[in-house]
Design a protein around this ligand. Structure first.
Ligand SMILES: [Zn+2]
Length: 224
């Protein structure tokens, strides 16, 4: 019972670490310039404009938002409304405090999430000058930018539903990899009428008890 608890907890811990590492690996491997995964949209009126695009290839997602106070000549909508286009985890759904209070006339927000099979970690950044460096409150900036010129950031904030699913998936994979060599060997031995534990032939053994290791074998020795 104690052994089982140890196995479960250790596999979950390894699965959690693997889910985290795979998310970070996605930061480096996903091609950020794959525009075929992109959807765009925007709205504008006399109070300003808000446009966004969202990009969701396997292993990654990126949400970009641009708000300005520049009054638009006429009310416009193109593509999807940014509110429906952006994912629920995107910080860009809300303007920053600086923009809301009128301290800034323009605001760019960039949210990124990574992970496979589900998105598991995310990060948010913003800036108020399109040529300024991004402000990254939660995340570690990678030295190399992505193919599309946007920063690559190792995210630190969990998307819990995805992180739990990925942890379970990787825990199961790790358990299988650790079990497979021994499990396969035991199955082959049993199939050949041998003791699964030590490999000694059981034909002469009585009552399925292996004379080599005293283990009770599940093998039907009489059928061998
Ligand atoms: Zn044996």
């Amino acid at each position: 019972m104690r052994h089982l608890a140890f196995v479960i907890i250790s596999r979950l811990a390894l699965g959690f670490i693997a889910a985290w590492l795979v998310s970070w690996l996605c930061v480096l491997t996903v091609n950020a310039s794959e525009s075929r995964y992109e959807v765009r949209g925007g709205v504008g009126d006399s109070s300003g404009a808000w446009s966004a695009h969202y990009w969701n290839p396997p292993g990654a997602a990126q949400a970009f938002s641009l708000r300005t106070r520049a009054p638009q000549v006429e009310d416009t909508v193109h593509g999807q409304h940014p509110e429906t286009l952006l994912p629920s985890w995107s910080s860009a759904l809300q303007p920053t405090r600086e923009f809301t209070q009128g301290e800034q006339a323009i605001e760019q927000q960039l949210d990124q999430a990574f992970g496979w099979p589900r998105l598991a970690l995310h990060t948010s950044m913003h800036r108020f000058d399109v040529s300024a460096p991004w402000v990254i409150p939660h995340g570690l900036l990678a030295p190399q930018a992505a193919e599309n010129g946007l920063p690559r950031v190792y995210p630190l904030r969990p998307l819990w539903a995805g992180l739990v699913v990925n942890t379970l998936v990787y825990a199961a994979v790790i358990q299988f990899v650790l079990w497979a060599p021994g499990g396969l060997r035991r199955a082959i031995r049993a199939e050949a009428g041998c003791c699964p534990k030590c490999g000694r032939r059981l034909r002469e053994a009585s009552e399925g008890i292996c004379p080599g290791c005293d283990q009770t074998s599940n093998t039907d020795v009489s059928a061998a």
